[in-house]
Every structure is written in C-alpha cells, then in structure tokens.
Design a protein around this ligand. Structure first.
Ligand code: COA
Length: 368
C-alpha cells in the first residue's frame, strides 16, 4: 500500500529568544503578588513553580518571538508590533524561514513548487491567505491555501499536499507550519502559562518516483475527528467586536481541561495508531520511530506505551518539547525533522498528531 508520494525535504526554524521556566515563574509570581494585593476580596492566585512545570509537562524551556512583554507583570503578553500591509507578515516570515531549509534539503528551488499548503493552529488574519503571501515571497508557482485544524493542522496540511500530488493538481507541494503560539496564550493563567513555544517547520512533498534516496515515502494517511466543545478551545474570532460583553474575556485565549485531555486522548490516539499499523499488517515493534504530537511528555509516554505494550525508549519516541515547549501542530513534524536522518532505508515510521477538536492525523512512512 502506498500513496505514491514522499517527503523529500524538511526543515525547522525557531526564533533566537529562549524563555526558561525560572524567569517565566518569577514574572508570573510577581503578577500574582500584585493581583492578590490589589484584590484582597478575590480568590488569591497561587504561585507557579519550575519544579511543577517540569514534573507535569516535561517542558524545560521554549523559544519565543518576544519575552519583554510576557515577562512584564503589568503586561503579560508578548510585544509583537503590527506590520504595515505592504511588509511581509510575521507568520509568512516564519513560514519562509522553515521553507528555505526544507527546499534546500529537498534540492529544490521555489520555482519548482506549484502548491503551498499552510497549516497552523492560529492564523493571524482571515484573508488574504497567508500561504499566498508565502508563495509570493518565495517565488513559487501554482496555488496556495491555509488550513486550520488545531494541533492536527500540520499533519492535515501534509495529507492534503500528498493528495494534491496523487490527484495531479500539483507536482511539488510545500507544507509550511508557522506556529507563533505565544500570541494565543493566557500568560496570567497558572494552569497553562508555561505550555507553548514558537517555531515553524516545513516539508516538501513530491511523487515518490521522483524522490531521491533517503526521502520518506508516505505509504498511507489517516485522519479522525471527534467533537469535544470544552477540552481545548480558543474562541477568538471575527465576530468578537459584535459582542462587547465577551470581547476581552479569557475565553478568547487558549484554555483547556488538561486532565480531561489526558483521559480522552491517550485511549483515542493509541487506538488510532494501532489501527493504522494493523491496516498495513505491521506490529508496533516493526516501527522504527514514532514522532508523536508534543504537548506533554507523560501523555506521549502513555500513548507510546499503549501502542507498544511496554515503555518506549526515547529513541523510539523522541521528545522535543523539553527544548521547544508545545509548538501546537508543528510538534510531531519537528520531532520528525530533527529525529529521522539517522534511520536506515526500509525503516517504518509513524507521525501522529492529536489536538483540539478532537482532531487526529497520522502518516505511515518508510525511508527510501
Ligand atoms: N505551578 C504549581 N502548581 C500548579 C501549577 C503551576 N503552574 N498549575 C497547577 N498546579 C497544581 C494544581 O493546583 C494542583 O494542585 P492540587 O493537587 O493541590 O489541587 C496540581 O498542581 C495538579 O494540577 P493539574 O492541573 O491536575 O496538573 P496536571 O498534572 O494535570 O498537569 C497539564 C497539567 C496542563 C500540564 C497537563 O494536564 C497536560 O499537559 N495535559 C494534556 C494537555 C494537552 O495535551 N493539551 C493539548 C494542547 S495542544
């Protein structure tokens, strides 16, 4: 079984600024102290701690676009100035940065590209599509589209790219995933202020018979969605100004029920992956690597353990969230891009995302 398409290049980019847990907690705790002092009649905000963050999530630090604003106890939000409409927008810039690495690895130039699919959990505007701006900035041909699917936007974009090649509507597709996630976080929320980081990743997808050795053939793809209105959500949208009573509430930022996500996603994702393996007649131990969505280290360990029937090693299921934090839909693609070059020809690998919706996406890959 094969889609006849392959990932022929991939690359990761992240901003230079590192934000570690200690400095994040100092700022949060100062914000909490000021809030509690100013609101003696309200429920006090408890302090956050680096120990908790590492123990609960596995995240040690993350890369961020800006930390001056989010470490300012009076502001608690990154400072990211709006750009003039004639300048490259920031998510397009994130995309272009990763795209250049992926194209170089694929041995392609932008003129070879005739489709850009941009997937991200947050899109900075409604229209014109950011992917079209990326297409123009790179000098690519053909057509482009943006897609939104929470933390499965990147696997979803790769699947769409593969399908476009299969159907003949494109010959060389570029997937770009500009996850500037720090803009959607509630830095005043103790339960989630440590979760996300900024990064982008890109992939080149072509027909497998044109792929050079060392590429990753996409044998098959799967997607699944299951509605859950409250577990992971962000209500920000174009209708916000129409209801001034909710316009600036916390519901317009990322919020989740972390424990609920754990309970729902571990069985859902492990079953989803197992069924994908079964459709190929492959046993879990025949997979050389599992590049899983990177939201929480314990969650990944449990999903891998449910699939394998034993604990997975770091080599079998690499973790990048200790360094990058949760990079939303980019996570499993970043894990793939950083941890796939060492595998031998013929090795099977599974890339799988799970996120808001719920939404899941997986790709069964084999090294050429
Ligand atoms: N610092 C210190 N303590 C904290 C804290 C913080 N920042 N945040 C919460 N706590 C405390 C809680 O108050 C609670 O204390 P209690 O037991 O005395 O009530 C305790 O730590 C446990 O809180 P809980 O929220 O149950 O923690 P958790 O172990 O579930 O970890 C998450 C929280 C968010 C890290 C975890 O649930 C998670 O990552 N879930 C998966 C989320 C996911 O994958 N989302 C996808 C997003 S794309």
């Amino acid at each position: 079984m094969t889609t006849g398409t392959a990932i022929t290049g991939h690359g990761v980019w992240h901003p230079d600024t590192v934000l570690n847990n200690d400095e994040l907690c100092v700022a949060f705790n100062e914000y909490a102290r000021r809030y509690n002092e100013a609101n003696p009649d309200k429920e006090p905000i408890k302090p956050s701690s680096s120990e908790f963050i590492v123990k609960a999530s596995g995240i040690k630090h993350r890369y961020v676009q800006d930390k001056t604003g989010l470490l300012d106890p009076e502001r608690m939000c990154p400072n990211i100035p709006d750009r003039p409409e004639t300048e490259l927008s920031i998510q397009a810039e994130y995309s272009v940065n990763a795209a250049k690495v992926a194209l170089a690895k694929a041995g392609k130039t932008a003129e070879d590209v005739d489709l850009v699919v941009l997937g991200a959990s947050n899109l900075q505007r409604m229209y014109p599509a950011i992917s079209i701006e990326v297409q123009e900035a790179l000098g690519a041909r053909g057509w482009a589209l943006d897609m939104s699917l929470g933390c499965s936007a990147a696997t979803g974009a790769t699947i769409i790219a593969s399908q476009a090649i299969q159907s003949g509507t494109a010959t060389c597709a570029l997937v770009v995933v500009p996850e500037l996630t720090t803009g959607h976080m509630n830095w005043r929320d103790r339960d989630s202020h440590f979760i996300f980081g900024d990064a982008s990743v890109a992939m080149v997808v072509e027909k497998a018979d044109r792929a050079k050795p060392g590429s990753w053939e996409i044998l098959s793809t799967r997607m699944l969605s299951k509605w859950n209105p409250t577990s992971i959500r962000n209500n920000l949208g174009y209708l916000d100004r129409c209801d001034p009573t909710t316009k600036d509430t916390d519901s317009k930022l990322f919020h989740q029920q972390g424990r609920r996500v754990f309970k729902d996603v571990v069985p859902l994702a492990s079953k989803f992956i197992k069924e994908h393996l079964e459709s190929h007649g492959l046993a879990p131990a025949q997979i050389g690597r599992y590049w899983l969505h990177q939201a929480n280290e314990k969650l990944n360990s449990l999903v891998a353990e449910y699939v394998l029937g034993r604990e997975a090693t770091r080599a079998e299921s690499p973790i990048i969230l200790d360094e990058y934090g949760n990079t939303a839909s980019a996570g499993s693609l970043i894990a793939f891009s950083l941890h796939s070059d060492d595998l031998a020809a013929g090795t099977y690998g599974v890339m799988c995302s799970f996120g808001a919706g719920y939404s899941l996406g997986s790709l069964m890959l084999q090294r050429t």
